[in-house]
Design a protein around this ligand. Structure first.
Ligand code: SF4
Length: 264
């Protein structure tokens, strides 16, 4: 999570500290990228608190972090989970110009419950973030995969969830995660009910039927659950990353060189 630990919003379900942020460090992208390179990850999800106090909402730091990660870890899948930037175009373009593999922005809940669940957000605005992100990529001639997440158990109805699935597909959202809301404390929104694993399976089937490329749905699913496997071409990327060059300059897929070396 970049851009500090203090969020300018106060969503009713979220345990992140809220208030007036003081953190801003334009060297953060370099340090994040170095840390990620040393961890040698296959995929990273970069997110932030909402920074409505910054003129660009933190978009410049997002973009520079993506670029620095790319420069140091070429094979790493890069997903960003971004705020809505108050619906403005320029910050979203800034992030998209850095070309993340996955652009994630969470709808969080059904339309009727937006206000109690995340009072500073708007259902239509969040859909628009996903729609515009994809449009920018298409206009620039590259492919981004968009992603969103829904919590269940906040009092939504099943038809309302189906409508949210359809609304996400209407803006060509590719990936959906669905998980059970769990109340962080008694000061947070009440948990209305737990869903049975069979219900999560049924929602997954419905969402896949609507055309999502990838759906994770289960009680403990969160936005970054199995995120590595949602990157298009993840297998290929992994194979490339593990590939090595042999003595004759040929590319050897991961593992084979070690076996050859052992055999030799
Ligand atoms: S904007 Fe994000 S980090 Fe901030 S309170 Fe809402 S969910 Fe939490």
């Amino acid at each position: 999570m970049i851009l500090g630990d203090t969020c300018t919003r106060a969503c009713g379900f979220c345990a992140v500290k809220t208030g007036r942020p003081t953190w801003f460090d334009d060297d953060e992208p370099r340090r994040v990228a170095e840390a990620l390179a040393s961890l040698d990850l296959e995929h990273v999800v970069i997110t932030s608190v909402a920074r409505d106090d910054l003129p660009d909402g933190g978009a410049g730091i997002f973009a520079e972090t993506i670029r620095q990660v790319r420069a140091r870890s070429a094979g790493m899948g890069v997903e960003v989970l971004i705020p809505d930037f108050n619906g403005t175009d320029a910050p979203l373009r800034t992030v998209m110009d850095a070309r993340p593999d996955i652009l994630n922005h969470n709808l969080e809940t059904v339309e009727r419950l937006q206000k109690p669940v995340r009072k500073r957000a708007r259902y239509g605005r969040s859909l628009s973030v996903l729609e515009r992100a994809k449009a920018y990529a298409v206009a620039d001639g590259w492919t981004v995969h968009t992603k969103s997440s829904l919590m269940v158990g906040l009092g939504e109805t099943r038809p309302e969830l189906s409508q949210a699935f359809r609304d996400l597909r209407a803006v060509d959202c590719d990936i959906l995660t669905i998980g059970q809301y769990l109340r962080p404390s008694l000061q947070h929104l009440e948990l209305v009910r737990y869903y049975h694993p069979d219900e999560f399976a049924e929602m997954k089937a419905e969402a896949l039927e609507l055309g999502f490329r990838h759906v994770e749905s289960g009680p403990l699913v969160r936005s970054s659950y199995h995120a590595r496997d949602q990157v298009p071409g993840a297998e290929l990327r992994r194979a490339r990353r593990q590939a090595t060059i042999d003595a004759d300059g040929r590319i050897v897929p991961g593992g084979l060189l070690d076996q050859d070396a052992l055999a030799g």
